[in-house]
Design a protein around this ligand. Sequence first.
Ligand SMILES: *[C@@H]1O[C@H](CO)[C@@H](O)[C@H](O)[C@H]1NC(C)=O
Ligand SMILES: *[C@@H]1O[C@H](CO)[C@@H](O)[C@H](O)[C@H]1NC(C)=O
Ligand SMILES: *[C@@H]1O[C@H](CO)[C@@H](O)[C@H](O)[C@H]1NC(C)=O
Ligand SMILES: *[C@@H]1O[C@H](CO)[C@@H](O)[C@H](O)[C@H]1NC(C)=O
Length: 648
Amino acid sequence: MALLGFGNILLLLLLFGNSLGAPGSFSVDYKKDCFRKDGEEFRFISGSIHYSRIPRVYWKDRLLKMYMAGLNAIQTYIPWNYHEESPGQYSFSGERDMEYFLQLAQDIGLMVILRPGPYICGEWDMGGLPAWLLNKKDIVLRSSDPDYIAAVDKWMGKLLPMIKPYLYQNGGPIITVQVENEYGSYFACDYNYMRHLTKLFRSHLGEEVVLFTTDGAGLKFLKCGSIQGVYATVDFGPGNVTAAFNAQRHAEPHGPLVNSEYYTGWLDHWGSPHFFVSSAAVAKSLNEMLAMGANVNMYMFIGGTNFGYWNGANSPYGPQPTSYDYDAPLSEAGDLTKKYFAIRDVIKMYRKMPEGPIPPTTPKYGYGTVGLKRLQTISDALEILSFSGPVKSIYPQTFIELNQAFGYVLYRTKLPVNCNTPTPLSSPLNGIHDRAYVSVDGVAVGIIERNKALTVNVTGKGGSQVDILVENMGRINYGRDINDFKGLVSNLTLGKDTLTGWTMYSLSIDEAVSQGLLGETKPTVPSPPAALSLPTFYEGSFIIPDGIPDLPQDTYIKLPKWGKGQVWINGFNLGRYWPSRGPQVTLYVPASILSNAVPNNVTVLELEDAPCGPGPCSVEFTDTPILNGPVQSDFKQQRRLFSKDDLL
Ligand SMILES: *[C@@H]1O[C@H](CO)[C@@H](O)[C@H](O)[C@H]1NC(C)=O
Ligand SMILES: *[C@@H]1O[C@H](CO)[C@@H](O)[C@H](O)[C@H]1NC(C)=O
Ligand SMILES: *[C@@H]1O[C@H](CO)[C@@H](O)[C@H](O)[C@H]1NC(C)=O
Ligand SMILES: *[C@@H]1O[C@H](CO)[C@@H](O)[C@H](O)[C@H]1NC(C)=O
């Protein structure tokens, strides 16, 4: 009978093409202060990898490199807004095939620590929460607010049943599942919400699964973050390991020591220097934790890339750049670094290392300079870019009211009066979220930026057309300001008057770029060189050279002397560039979006000014990334290190 049963399972596995293993057990042992897997003492040495930040074709390579570093587990987030971009429209295929990712991890021999949110932070737009939750203006996110709970219940009702077969108990790789994320750092401190989530997770996943929470290694975080029946873990970077684990022991006097986010590096912001954290410091504290028998997840093991519009921001408003390299042991492009080998050398002392070669760093290629020609400006191309047509209202509406989540919206109105002398056009309530490119009668006049520059001077006759292109630079992902509405979120004034009579164009730029709809610019009288131009598209193409083996390879695009904007290759949105603000200078271009067969098309939306002059403009493809270029701002973000004050 048993044999027959086993045969049937095998047959089923073959039929359904997945290779989940035999059911097992995984639990917390409070007597021996450890995890138990199939009855045996188990300790994870894990690394964070976010499938949403790595092209699918590279998932296997990155996971294999993690396995070869001696890891026996990985940790990943599930970003809700990535899988449900509009209510009830779920997307789990292609690049978003989370199940395939879990399956790959298992096939390679890695356990999975899953962090399904609903909130994930992660320097990801709005901490993974879908912006459409803001349809209810005063929603209290991450709380018992009934509208929030209803959306969470529905999402988890879709997601968790998909996860269930991948639990270790059911033959899958998932050993533990996190509830919420660093909830103790959030102001709401709503125990009913955490209890509700716990019940919800248990109702879908069963009573056996090990649920856990993660909070900063300090009592003030654990106070609101931990909840009875869910195992409390902590996160902290290199430093005093003993002191940090003492904090966990306050919440969990017994059970395994767990650092769920051991920081191998740190995140960047536009306008502040790139972070480096020394390999020696990372290796030292890792060694100390492993010597104590602790479980460690390294955050990040590979950071990857915020393609498209997915980066988040911190408060006071400071958006994160496109690269999420994190100074992690595997670079943004999956390259083996000195830190990788330093970590591997530590792990070697505690675990038998897997046999076989480490997958090599993938080669990069510099395709050289590519000339770009000027296409239409945003204002010229409105018909093409605004599929849904304009919306009119007296006062400005936000992105959400216009049913747009990401990217750019053009707000148009008229000067109500003659402005013969420079007259301030202002956002007195700091309501431009996040950056606006202002023009009057087709002439660029200035930039308004959230928290930084709230006024531009304009001149012009009454009735002149005012175009204000507003860029959403990424929603705040941490803290009490995560209800981050975009667009014009308060009225603009001209002198003492409130501007009214708006026509607003939601722009579907990605669709227009990928369908090749943008046309060339209509010939204009050459204008004198200005510091600022209208937001304008540029386009060019390049061919992968013949006769060089193994092309196309990964590359980096560099836009020397360009201002700020967005870049696509073959319709794939690589993300934002802003070399004038820094520190990121090059953008990662995975080979998977390049073609050998036909010319590769580069499209750039330059928001400020392209370095073209009378001649052609160009971009460069280089084989070397630059993430630590000069910065031009005073924005400072404190690196979160463990401090003794956290224990008070
Ligand atoms: C680390 O913290 C522990 C516990 O608070 C303390 O006893 C020890 O002196 C600290 N070590 C260092 C090097 O500061
Ligand atoms: C606007 O013009 C006034 C008067 O010329 C000047 O004092 C002010 O600095 C200008 N403001 C900006 C933001 O340029
Ligand atoms: C603009 O001002 C009007 C009149 O005071 C007000 O009703 C409206 O709510 C304001 N709009 C925004 C977006 O602040
Ligand atoms: C680039 O654009 C050309 C012209 O529209 C098109 O024929 C070609 O297929 C595009 N290349 C790729 C890789 O999509």
